[in-house]
Design a protein around this ligand. Structure first.
Ligand SMILES: Nc1ncnc2c1ncn2[C@@H]1O[C@H](COP(=O)(O)OP(=O)(O)O)[C@@H](O)[C@H]1O
Ligand SMILES: O=P(O)(O)OC[C@H](O)CO
Length: 576
């Protein structure tokens, strides 16, 4: 564990890849690569030059979330496609000012929020329900039932690398099958297709010609066998899912096919990369050697540690996942992952629900107004806790309040909660892999918060390297798409710094071992108190199939109004 003085900015004058650098570049460009970056909150399309990977054009839009009841998160699959088309169109419009046109785009890659599940009708191409988002916990009772039956939440861990949890796609597909009559009907008629968001995007962009996914996304479904990298018959049987509903599993980087959708400005271009967004940012952060670790700070946090060509199976609740497979014949590289379900989302909550922050971007300013959190600890277990606790029955707490507590202390405690949760996972990774993790690569929107980065270094006692390429995700996906055989826009050689425009800011720890131990001990005590709060999952009216049938038989407007009323009700309840 390193200690030292804070060196905030090593290259602060270059906030992100500068236009000047691009102009001076002597590199002979080999073509452009476009990336669809479909995140939970934001959808974007970015265009990079190759082989130097400068982002020369981008457009991003926010994606709405539908939350019909507590713990349910849905998104509109049609809005996802419309947003992708909009972003591609707008980004392409920016090309002429850089001396390029859309015909220079040689290849397109996709990177997406993982686990989120969509089912659609293969004949009409229409979604049969909203996308069920990864953090949705409507399947809690099914998880409980399955775990009770197999007697162990880790029953499938040696096959999939994952515990049985609401997080993964298998549970969501099963729920859709059990609760949505249209889905059952489509299954009976053999017209039901299911997949993660990448599959939905590819299906739409190719007018239904391709139903595929890549091995990183497939490894998050709880249906893929990590060894064979095929859908596993035992798991398909357990969740009663037919293989013909599921996409074909491919590598992350190969020529998949042409974009044919007349709605897309990308029509005629070649699709050659697909990666789950957290794996893409691992690649984008150049964490290509065993032991190299990154954390992406967004609504949630996702820490991945590269474990090389052998999967490491966790004993402490981390996930084993495919990191990347850069071609059909390329070796499969694995990672061990810990996810923090509520990171930036805690700030959004303070902003939108508690209204003690005007904007989550003000968190730094507010937290800096107090020297410490005043011994306040905030465990944002809104939907339970993920790794290493895996406790669905935990709920959020703010503890240590006194008459002197101000909102600034709570904001600071929210930032610290992100750091403590990160430390929880790093400690586990160290125990699981035995690697001496001695630095942390950081990216994601939240990393613009300097105080958060400093608190992170202070909490873990090791340097934090913040990528100035805030979007390592899209960057990783661009490299993946650009190096596909037959495209050959670049060779993936992380040692050769084609990517020399990637700058890092370094934050060094300023705390002592004793201070860190004391504060972390208190965090652990706070977590203890948050566990087991939910005694029994309440079966609300809306959970029942009968009620779903009733709602779906109502005219859409009434359904919308009733959903809106529920939403208003929940807002009102939280505002009180
Ligand atoms: N400048 C910022 N400072 C602090 N928090 C931020 C900042 N920008 C975004 N956030 C937080 O990051 C989260 C959104 O990150 P984003 O990358 O857009 O979303 P997602 O992870 O959902 O795709 C929000 O929860 C917000 O609170
Ligand atoms: O879109 P993000 O950044 O919230 O990422 C979501 C993850 O892929 C879920 O596992």
């Amino acid at each position: 564990m390193t200690e030292g003085k804070n060196i905030p900015n090593s290259s602060a004058d270059v906030p992100f890849r500068s236009k000047e650098l691009r102009k001076q570049s002597l590199i002979q460009h080999t073509g452009l690569v476009g990336v669809i970056d479909e995140g939970t909150k934001t959808i974007g399309f970015s265009i990079y030059t190759t082989p130097d990977f400068n982002e020369i054009a981008a457009h991003r839009v926010e994606l709405s979330v539908i939350s019909p009841q507590d713990g349910w998160y849905e998104q509109d699959p049609l809005e996802i496609m419309a947003s992708i088309n909009k972003c591609a169109e707008e980004a392409i419009k920016q090309l002429p000012e850089h001396g390029f046109s859309s015909s220079d785009i040689v290849s397109v890659g996709i990177t997406n929020q993982r686990e989120t599940t969509i089912v659609w009708d293969a004949v009409t191409g229409k979604p049969l329900y909203n996308a069920i988002v990864w953090k949705d916990i409507r399947t809690s009772s099914t998880v409980e039932k399955i775990v009770a039956k197999v007697q162990d939440p880790n029953h499938f861990r040696n096959i999939t690398g994952l515990p049985i949890s609401t997080y993964f796609s298998a549970l969501k597909i099963r729920w859709l099958k059990d609760n949505v009559p249209e889905v059952r009907q489509a299954i009976r008629g053999q017209r039901c297709k299911a997949g993660t968001v990448d599959s939905w995007i590819v299906w739409n962009l190719t007018n239904g010609a391709l139903h595929i996914t890549d091995v990183t996304n497939a490894s998050r479904t709880l249906l893929m066998n990590l060894e064979t990298q095929n859908w596993d018959p035992v798991l398909l049987k357990t969740f009663a899912i037919k293989e013909d509903m599921l996409p074909t599993i491919r590598s992350c980087s190969e020529i998949f096919g042409k974009i044919t959708s007349e709605r897309s400005a990308l029509r005629g271009m070649t699709l050659s990369g697909i990666m789950g967004n957290q794996q893409a940012s691992l690649l984008g952060q150049m964490c290509v050697k065993p032991g190299q670790t990154k954390n992406t700070y967004r609504s949630g946090c996702f820490l991945l540690c590269n474990t090389g060509d052998k999967p490491v199976f966790s004993r402490h609740g981390l996930l084993t996942t495919v990191a990347y497979k850069l071609g059909p014949q390329a070796p499969t590289i694995y990672a061990i992952e810990g996810a923090v379900s509520v990171a930036g989302h805690a700030l959004s909550w303070l902003q939108n629900k508690m209204r003690i922050l005007p904007d989550s971007r003000d968190a730094e300013k507010y937290a800096e107004m107090v020297p410490t959190s005043g011994d306040v600890y905030f465990v944002p277990a809104f939907t339970g806790l993920y790794a290493p606790y895996w406790r669905q029955n935990a709920r959020g707490i703010i503890i240590g309040l006194t008459q002197f507590t101000r909102k600034n202390h709570i904001v600071r405690a929210a930032l610290e909660s992100i750091c403590f949760q990160t430390r929880d996972i790093l400690e586990c990774m160290h125990q699981e892999c035995g690697y001496e993790i001695n630095k942390l690569h950081a990216d994601g929107k939240l990393t613009t918060n300097n105080l958060l980065m400093q608190l992170q270094a202070d909490t873990i006692g090791m340097p934090v390297f913040r990528s100035q390429l805030m979007d390592s995700t899209a960057f990783g996906a661009a490299m993946c798409a650009a190096q596909a055989e037959g495209i050959d826009l670049c060779k993936f050689e992380p040692e050769k710094r084609y990517y020399e425009n990637v700058h890092y800011d370094t934050f060094l720890a300023t705390t002592t071992d004793v201070e860190r131990k004391e504060r972390y001990g208190k965090w652990k005590r706070a977590v203890e108190r948050s566990l087991g709060w939910v005694i029994k999952q309440k079966k609300t009216r809306e959970h029942t199939e009968e009620n779903y049938r009733m709602l779906s038989s109502l005219p859409a407007s009434i359904f919308l109004i009733s959903s809106f009323a529920m939403l208003v009700h929940s807002f009102a309840a939280t505002a009180q």
